[in-house]
Design a protein around this ligand. Structure first.
Ligand SMILES: Cc1cc2nc3c(=O)[nH]c(=O)nc-3n(C[C@H](O)[C@H](O)[C@H](O)COP(=O)(O)OP(=O)(O)OC[C@H]3O[C@@H](n4cnc5c(N)ncnc54)[C@H](O)[C@@H]3O)c2cc1C
Ligand code: SF4
Ligand code: SF4
Length: 335
């Protein structure tokens, strides 16, 4: 167990503007002393630290942070299988083919996992929130991608592991979240091991960048375009941000125009496809209405096979890996 404290994390990550907002440090701090507050680019400490204040070995926040180490090397697209797939049933609100929802819904219904830690949102404010879902029907309501946040994405993991004592958890996250889970699973820090041991299945969502809630929803959409959050039906990124409104209109914003809304920590991120996940999922590489699935581990394969066998997931066709690799290279070289 290291004696690094939040001040070391602050110096290595927060003060350098590389924090991704994954929320892992806040989730694992045994003193609940790290907070993620709206309008900020890095977490804050409330002024107490087991290691610093009481000289008790801890280091949980430092050891879990995916931004403490240098960027990952290239070659991230290696996988056991590449599948294009979609939900075999109606998933209202799905972002691509609804494959992620279908696989997780089946996993919960069949008792393969007890809970899913994911990100949902308030439909009125479009403000995202980390959530623990234990009922498969509830998962159907959370389909779709949240591109805008500043919330502790992994906040619900603490509820699952510490409060609910769940030990068969699936986590859905963007690559920085998946990297934090990877560190929990590999860590020798006694404070992280219970989290790593409790995670059975990790689904990684492809990610080029994310937007800050306050800057995108409050500043850009409400402030500059007069659009209230509840008027937004869906956000999608297809070379530009498409804001679909409830009245049927679509506002298209170029990514250049949104540069100041992108979370600063995304600038140093090199991982498009969540290489450390059991199963990675994205839109690129598949026809519209289908999801690209990169199976990384036997665990990932097992969950996909189970959903197919149960008739909940349908295969769509070939994946265009060249398109995936081009976008992955573009992201890595940008960083
Ligand atoms: C910030 C962000 C950026 C993305 N960028 C790209 C990209 O550049 N290229 C690309 O091909 N794909 C990208 N994706 C992935 C894509 O939008 C879809 O999530 C993916 O194709 C799976 O689609 P689906 O229909 O199978 O998922 P669905 O069936 O709609 O299920 C999505 C699941 O993800 C969960 N979820 C949504 N948002 C988040 C979040 N922020 N963190 C954790 N869990 C979440 C939901 O709760 C739900 O369980 C991005 C996703 C996000 C969240
Ligand atoms: S990247 Fe994640 S773990 Fe690291 S400081 Fe930011 S929120 Fe905490
Ligand atoms: S680009 Fe995506 S995965 Fe990378 S830091 Fe930003 S939100 Fe996390």
């Amino acid at each position: 167990m290291t004696r690094n404290c939040y001040n070391d994390l602050k110096a290595a990550v927060w003060d350098r503007g590389t924090c991704s907002g994954c929320g892992a440090c806040a989730a694992v701090c045994p003193a609940d002393a790290i907070r993620i507050e709206g309008g900020s680019d890095a977490p804050v400490n409330i002024g107490y630290c087991k290691a610093e204040t009481d000289q008790v070995p801890c280091g949980a926040c430092y050891d879990v942070c995916p931004r403490v180490d240098p960027a990952r090397p290239p070659g991230r697209e290696a996988c056991m299988a590449r599948i294009s797939a979609k939900a075999a049933f109606e998933v209202a609100g799905r972002q691509s083919g609804g494959a992620v929802t279908a696989i997780l819904e089946h996993a919960l219904a069949a008792g393969l996992v007890d809970a899913v830690v994911t990100v949902t949102e308030d439909r009125w404010t479009r403000r995202p929130a980390s959530v623990l879902i234990t009922q498969s029907e509830a998962l159907l309501g959370s389909a779709g991608s949240r591109y805008n946040w500043w919330v502790p994405l992994l906040g619900a993991l603490k509820t699952a592991v510490v409060d609910r004592k769940l030990r068969r958890i699936a986590v859905v996250g963007v690559p920085c979240v998946v990297q934090a889970i990877g560190r929990m699973r590999a860590s020798e820090n006694d404070l992280l091991r219970p989290y790593g041991n409790a995670v059975r299945f990790v689904v990684g969502l492809f990610c080029t960048e994310s937007f800050d809630y306050e800057r995108l929803i409050e500043g850009k959409l409400r402030g500059e375009h007069g659009i209230e959050p509840w008027q937004v039906r869906r956000l999608d990124v297809k070379g530009r941000l498409e804001v679909q409104l409830e009245d049927g209109n679509v506002l298209k914003l170029s990514l250049d125009e949104l540069e100041d809304c992108v979370r600063p920590g995304c600038a140093s991120c090199t991982d498009l496809t969540a290489a450390d996940a059991d199963l990675s999922a994205g839109a690129i590489g598949s026809a519209s209405g289908c999801t690209t699935l990169l199976v990384r581990t036997p665990v990932g394969q097992g969950f996909v096979d189970a959903a197919v066998r149960a008739g909940r997931l349908e295969l769509c066709g070939e994946v265009d890996m060249a398109a995936v690799e081009r976008l992955a290279e573009k992201k890595a070289s940008r960083a």
